[in-house]
Design a protein around this ligand. Structure first.
Ligand SMILES: Cc1cc2nc3c(=O)[nH]c(=O)nc-3n(C[C@H](O)[C@H](O)[C@H](O)COP(=O)(O)O)c2cc1C
Length: 194
């Protein structure tokens, strides 16, 4: 069955992101057409990029990068749950993308963002990052407001329409993840030899 990783892109203490990611996981798990798993960046602490060779030119010899690659490789697609920090993508999330290449390529990705303004600017940046990695970013997205979808900015109380938006995002994400599967055969060796 198609495997979708839900990447939680915030690691700071008191993060709101864990509530959003749990909601995504619980809502998605009610579907029967894919398997969903949470990937919490707190469980994969990475230094600022310390790869002597750019990841698109070969696998890493660093233990932390290899562990991250092994976590990401089995998935067919991803939902990225991201806040917006100062108009952009959280550094920890960008760093996690930068550590790998082949493990992202020819996979689909969808976005759930949140912020005072919904976090859409972080998603604009992430679409550029993901397409550079050879990912197919689905058009539907979920945009959550810290002002109107949280009580006191801390307790997640999503408005009803977000579940429908998530469903549409997942419909396209799963369809594209499945359709791209034949392209992924041999992807890693092709990239390493090019
Ligand atoms: C360093 C920092 C910068 C922020 N910048 C933005 C911003 O540019 N736009 C926005 O909508 N919200 C911004 N916020 C508010 C966050 O969206 C809100 O605090 C959210 O809960 C952060 O996600 P987290 O709690 O999972 O870390 C910022 C928050 C922090 C901590």
């Amino acid at each position: 069955m198609t495997r979708i990783g839900i990447i939680l892109g915030s690691t700071r203490p008191n993060r709101n992101g864990s509530q959003v990611a749990r909601w995504v996981l619980e809502t998605a798990s009610q579907r029967g057409d894919a398997e969903f798993e949470l990937i919490d960046l707190r469980d994969h602490p990475l230094p600022h990029l310390d790869e002597p060779v750019a990841p698109m030119f070969g696998p890493s010899s660093n233990a932390h990068t290899r562990a991250w690659a092994e976590r990401i490789a089995p998935f067919d697609g991803f939902v990225v749950v991201t806040p917006e920090y100062n108009g952009g993508v959280p550094g920890v999330l960008k760093n996690a993308f930068d550590h790998l290449f082949a493990e992202w390529t020819d996979k689909a990705v969808g976005f759930v963002s949140y912020g005072v303004n919904g976090g859409a600017r972080a998603v604009v940046q992430l679409r550029t990052v993901c397409s550079t990695l050879g990912m197919a970013d689905v058009g539907y997205q979920v945009t959550i407001s810290v002002l109107t979808d949280f009580e006191n900015h801390t307790t997640f109380t999503p408005r009803d329409h977000h579940a429908a938006a998530l469903d549409k995002t997942l419909d396209q994400l799963i369809a594209w993840s499945t359709a791209l599967a034949p392209l992924r055969t041999g992807t890693e060796t092709t990239l390493m030899n090019s």
